[in-house]
Design a protein around this ligand. Structure first.
Ligand SMILES: CC(C)(COP(=O)(O)OP(=O)(O)OC[C@H]1O[C@@H](n2cnc3c(N)ncnc32)[C@H](O)[C@@H]1OP(=O)(O)O)[C@@H](O)C(=O)NCCC(=O)NCCS
Length: 194
């Protein structure tokens, strides 16, 4: 997906911005079809051409080779504040999306989602790959934290989606290795994950 700039904060949401305290009681759990309205509302704030309901339903139906997760505020109104997905492909896993609602960014929610996705990926494949818009430093920084390194450019990858047509391909290998497991443990500790 191609991100757009963040939109103005809603009155009930805490102010966003990097390195704020993570909200307590964030639940990371499997995305359900009944949650698609909330998920797609977040996407509508974040992407010029969001995934359609059909795309999400098709992805969610592939229970054998897809994992989609939501981040939910478990302590207040149960609202969904982010989501992400991974495709388990032949020989490698592919992060398909990680998205956090604009007002909730900078609080470790994207990292928590990615941690859960990468953990699942590390049980399925030795390699992890993704594409990220070339002009999206926040996402690239998040991915670097998980050991993903740039390995190439897909020119025009996002050409149909409005902004920033080029994608950086990022990749991590040996994600089943104990060294990588240690990286994930350190991230979990930093995030104060249960
Ligand atoms: C990318 C995205 C998912 C990050 O979510 P988030 O909840 O804000 O991320 P976190 O708070 O967990 O931050 C994790 C790391 O990301 C990086 N990061 C996050 N926000 C950043 C920013 N504004 N500038 C630079 N790096 C940033 C940092 O490395 C950060 O780690 P640190 O806090 O230890 O420095 C979020 O910005 C988003 O939804 N963007 C729009 C959608 C998108 O671009 N998705 C990626 C598609 S490939």
């Amino acid at each position: 997906m191609t991100p757009t700039a963040a939109t103005p904060a809603s009155p009930e949401a805490p102010a966003g911005g990097p390195r704020q305290a993570a909200p307590k009681h964030i639940a990371i759990e499997a995305m359900r079809p009944a949650q698609l309205d909330e998920v797609m509302a977040i996407d509508a704030e974040c992407y010029p051409i969001p995934w359609s309901r059909d795309v999400y339903q098709a992805e969610l139906s592939r229970t054998g080779d897809r994992l989609y997760l939501v981040a939910r505020l478990a302590s207040s109104d149960n609202r969904i504040v982010g989501h992400g997905g991974v495709a388990f492909e032949e020989g490698e896993s592919h992060i398909t999306t990680v998205t956090v609602a604009p007002h909730w960014r900078g609080r470790g929610i994207g990292a928590r989602l990615l941690l859960a996705l990468v953990l699942a990926a590390s049980r399925r494949n030795a390699s992890l790959v993704l594409e990220v818009a070339a002009d999206n430093p926040a996402a690239q920084a998040l991915y670097r934290r998980f050991g993903l390194a740039p390995v190439g450019i897909h020119r025009g990858y996002y050409a149909d989606m409005g902004l920033s047509p080029d994608a950086v391909v990022m990749r991590a290998d040996n994600i089943g290795h104990p060294d990588y497991a240690n990286r994930l443990i350190n991230i979990a500790v930093e995030l104060d994950c249960p």
